[in-house]
Design a protein around this ligand. Structure first.
Ligand SMILES: [Zn+2]
Length: 248
C-alpha cells in the first residue's frame, strides 16, 4: 500500500525564517513529501531488511530520505504569477519524487528558497550558473540543490582559432554533475522530465546510446522512464553520501 503526505506548506513564513539566515537561504515554502512508504498493518510481520521486489524487478531496501533545496530564480518570484509558479515547480518535483520512490525507494524532502543570480540577464552560460548553485550550497542546507530559472541556459562551443568561425550557442533544458549534488532546470521545460533526468545524474545516471529509449537520453526526449542500465546505476548509488560528513 502506498500513501502520500504533504505537510507544512508555508508561504513567506513570518519571523522564523528571516532570523539569522542570509537571503538566499530564507525559505519561500517548506514542503515535505513522503512518498510510497508502506503502511505496516497491525499484527503484520516486520518488514524484511532486504526489501521487496518492485514491478521493475529491483529489490528496494529501506526507504532512502534525501533533502532537496529548490532554489527558485528571484525573477520567477517577482511577478504576479509567483504562487502559481511555485506550485508548478513543486508539482513537477512531486511527480519526480513519485518516480524515484516507485523505482528506487528514494523519497525527496524539499524546501523552496529564492535564488538571486544575474538579475536582468535573459540568458546565462549553463556551466557558470551551475557553479553559482554549487557556491550557494552549504552543508546545512540539504543533500541536493536544484535551481530553477526562466533564463535561457546555453552551452557555448567555439571552433579552433584558425577556422575563425564564431562561437555557437546551444540551449539546454538543464544540467547536473554526475554524482554531484547540484542541478539546474530551465522553466522552459514544462514537464517533470528535466527534473527526473538531472536528478538521475545526481545518482550516477549517464546518457545511454541514442537508440535506447530513456529519460536519460541526451536528446531530452519525452520518454519518462529509466533504461535498465541506468536503473541499476541509480540503485547502486542510492545510498551515496552527499555531505563531507567526516570533514569538520
Ligand atoms: Zn544529461
Amino acid at each position: 500500500m502506498f500513501f502520500v503526505v504533504i505537510a507544512g506548506i508555508m508561504w513567506n513564513p513570518p519571523d522564523r525564517a528571516d532570523r539569522g539566515m542570509p537571503p538566499s537561504e530564507r525559505p519561500v515554502a517548506t514542503i515535505q513529501v513522503s512518498l510510497h512508504s508502506s503502511i505496516p498493518k497491525e499484527g503484520a510481520p516486520p518488514e524484511k531488511d532486504v526489501g521487496t521486489p518492485t514491478d521493475n524487478g529491483a529489490a528496494i531496501a529501506a526507504p532512502r530520505a534525501v533533502t532537496v533545496t529548490i532554489m527558485v530564480d528571484k525573477e520567477l518570484l517577482a511577478d504576479t504569477e509567483k504562487d502559481a509558479t511555485i506550485l508548478q515547480i513543486v508539482s513537477l518535483m512531486h511527480e519526480t519524487s513519485e518516480r524515484f520512490s516507485h523505482n528506487f525507494g528514494i523519497s525527496f524532502f524539499y524546501t523552496v528558497v529564492p535564488w538571486d543570480y544575474l538579475p536582468g540577464d535573459i540568458e546565462v552560460d549553463i556551466h557558470n550558473a551551475l557553479d553559482d548553485v554549487e557556491r550557494q550550497w552549504t552543508v546545512q542546507m540539504s543533500d541536493i540543490t536544484v535551481a530553477v530559472t526562466k533564463k535561457g541556459l546555453y552551452h557555448e562551443t567555439c571552433s579552433k582559432a584558425e577556422t575563425q568561425l564564431p562561437c555557437q550557442k546551444s540551449y539546454k533544458g538543464g544540467i547536473a554533475r554526475v554524482l554531484g549534488n547540484s542541478a539546474i532546470v530551465s522553466m522552459h521545460m514544462v514537464t517533470f522530465h528535466a527534473f527526473l533526468h538531472e536528478l538521475g545524474h545526481v545518482f550516477g545516471a549517464i546518457h545511454p546510446d541514442t537508440d535506447i529509449p530513456s529519460v536519460m537520453s541526451s536528446t531530452y526526449s519525452l520518454v519518462d522512464y529509466f533504461d535498465e542500465n541506468n536503473k541499476a546505476i541509480i540503485m547502486k548509488y542510492r545510498e551515496r553520501v552527499f555531505r563531507p560528513k567526516n570533514i569538520p
